[in-house]
Design a protein around this ligand. Structure first.
Ligand code: ADP
Length: 224
């Protein structure tokens, strides 16, 4: 899946309260890319992530997934598209506390009235080192293990791209580093594109393509 964002802008408010949250951001994302985007608070990171993943619509600009114009879809079509093509990882994990690790992982499929492919779920759990934790509830797991469950959940529906918003923000630096290494390995092994938003320069340095965002202006600063 090739993703192409062209001159995406998002403007909030009018007159005195007008804020250009994102200023003509362009970006292409190819399979296997590991892209990090670093920027200070208020620079437009969440706005960009929401636009790239179709959670929000821009003031102007275009976004295509394999040539398909995403913003032309209805809200219903867009949410179905997101469930199948995009995985999300959040700072706060967002696991459901009353469900086991396995049930949390399978959740995106259940929402689509599908059953998980058991060998694939086992493979993911094995790769992420949580194979022996699948019957546990989230509060019985460490932060790093909870985030690995969330990574498995993001991958279970076989998405083309994963967007991660400060995925290590709630972890100590060691488990944060481990989670990022795993995410990178799993992404590579499965040919997924990975877009990680962070304000941590060590996490950003792990990206094979590194971008910055300052005052809504996105720039590519380096690549392997
Ligand atoms: P970051 O994720 O980098 O902290 P955001 O994308 O959340 O930055 O915000 C970028 C800018 O847009 C900020 O100045 C913020 O105050 C503004 N902004 C974000 N969302 C809204 C909104 N719904 N209404 C008005 N301004 C907003």
């Amino acid at each position: 899946m090739n993703i192409e964002a062209k001159e995406l802008s998002k403007i909030y408010g009018e007159g005195e309260s007008r804020v250009v949250a994102l200023d003509r951001a362009s970006l292409t994302i190819a399979p296997g890319d590991f892209i990090s985007i670093i920027g200070p608070s208020g620079s437009g990171k969440s706005t960009l992530l929401h636009l790239l993943s179709g959670l929000d619509r821009p003031t102007s600009g275009r976004l295509t997934y394999d040539g398909r114009d995403i913003y032309r879809l209805t809200d219903k079509e867009l949410s179905a598209f997101r469930r199948r093509s995009i995985g999300f990882i959040f700072q706060q994990f967002h696991l459901l506390p009353v469900l086991t690790a396995r049930e949390n992982i399978a959740m995106p499929l259940l929402l689509d009235k599908k059953q998980p492919d058991e060998p694939y779920l086992q493979k993911l759990a094995g790769l992420l080192g949580i194979g022996d934790r699948l019957t546990h509830l989230p509060h019985e797991l460490s932060g790093g293990q909870q985030q690995r469950v969330a990574i498995a959940r993001a991958l279970i529906a076989g998405p083309d791209v994963i967007f991660a918003d400060e995925p290590t923000g709630n972890l100590d630096s060691r488990s944060g580093g481990e989670v990022m290494e795993l995410l990178k390995t799993v992404g590579k092994e499965m040919g997924k594109a990975l877009v990680v938003i962070t304000h941590d320069s060590r996490i950003a340095a792990m990206g094979s393509r590194r971008l910055t965002i300052v005052d809504g202006v996105l720039s590519e600063v380096g690549a392997e």
